[in-house]
Write a protein that binds this ligand. Sequence first.
Ligand SMILES: [Zn+2]
Length: 468
Amino acid sequence: MTKIGLEIHCQLTKLESKLFCSCKANYREFKPNHNICPVCMGLPGSLPRLNQKAVKSATSIAMALSCETPEKIAFFRKNYFYPDLPKNFQITQLNVYGDMSVGGEGYVRVENKKIKIRRIQLEEDPGRIIYEGASERTKITLVDYNRAGTPLVEIVTDPDFESPRQVRVFLNILSDLLENLGVAEPGLEGAMRADGNVSIEGGSKVEIKNIGSFHDLEKALHFEITRQQSLSERDIEIAQETRHWDDRRKITISSRSKEEDQDYRYFLENDIPWVKIDQNTRDTLKENMPESISSKKERYVEKFDIAPQVAEIIASDKYYSKLFENAYSDQNAKDIANLITTDVIGFIDTKEKQQNSKITSKHLSDLIDAINSKIITRNSAKIALQEIMKSGKDTKDVLQEMDLGQVSDSSEIDAIISQIFEDEKQAVIDAKKRPETVNFLVGKVMQKTKGKADPVKTLELIKSKLNG
Ligand SMILES: [Zn+2]
């Protein structure tokens, strides 16, 4: 049986400052090495000062993942030398000697399977190493410390996954959950990263590091499982090792194990005393936690009779669920939900587009009102949406300016039908013989009226003309 475990790193991008100093957590806006100070550069004599909000954010992540959260937490030094680590140690957490990280013993449900969360720890992100050109052949390596000290949460799972596909489903659930909590923006470049470990029946555990995206993680896991299976079939021992994902060649390659198996000489970070997170704080965090995606979904399905797939799409995306929550009434909830999942999503399918869109909940409820009171057709609503997205103008004005009012006047539609019967003689003969081809004629009317003709009335009129 294949066993896969994950280590996910997620930056707390919604925080103002770094984990132990007042440099900005949002390092992305700065020129290289312009978001640094003596603390995050590890200069002698500087002392870390813990960002209390980071502890709270990390604790609420732990709570959302059904973890146990301790009364007090400790920080450790993980000692190693690497150019991106100015102090030569990383301040992180560990569950040893009776000390706890911000959370442990949680779980996430993935398609009826419980994936156990072993540990959640709060730590600092290192800086960034930038190679000029391909990393193997580079002559120049640059280090940018702007990221050093950014608050990072590491989530460690048990090896409970059975397939790369399950990993992907889990990561989607997890990133939606983190976004819903309002502590992270997993869509930002480098804000959420994952390493995996894989073992197959009878083999040792192999870790895969250096994976750039979730998409690559899935590929790396597939590659690694195939590699291990082929070794096993030839009776070659699978070595316990760390392998790196080579993004260019799409394979995993062995890293020199000596460097990886070093002893990190963990010891308590005495510059940061134990941090108490009392019951009161934890209760407040729990009370202020936003509604979870699964309970939101359930509510949509039960209260408004919205299809589970539709409810799932809306509930798991913060942007869509906000649009929905502020637009619905008991009467139009189902229509609003369908408008979002059939049309809005088609136009606003990336975080960037979500940010730039001028659509509001009021636009959506106005459009549904206009459709239901037969002022416009579904098709015109779609056209109006595109304009509203760009301009943010009032729905009424857009409908008027674009002349999108529905044509439901029988004599007007009848005149257009007569014209089309004249132009499409063969189609009329066909429709008389084979009634199922009538949609061609309906389509022609829609084309002529730019989608404004009332489709039900149009069909009725065409049918009666064919029979008459
Ligand atoms: Zn700093």
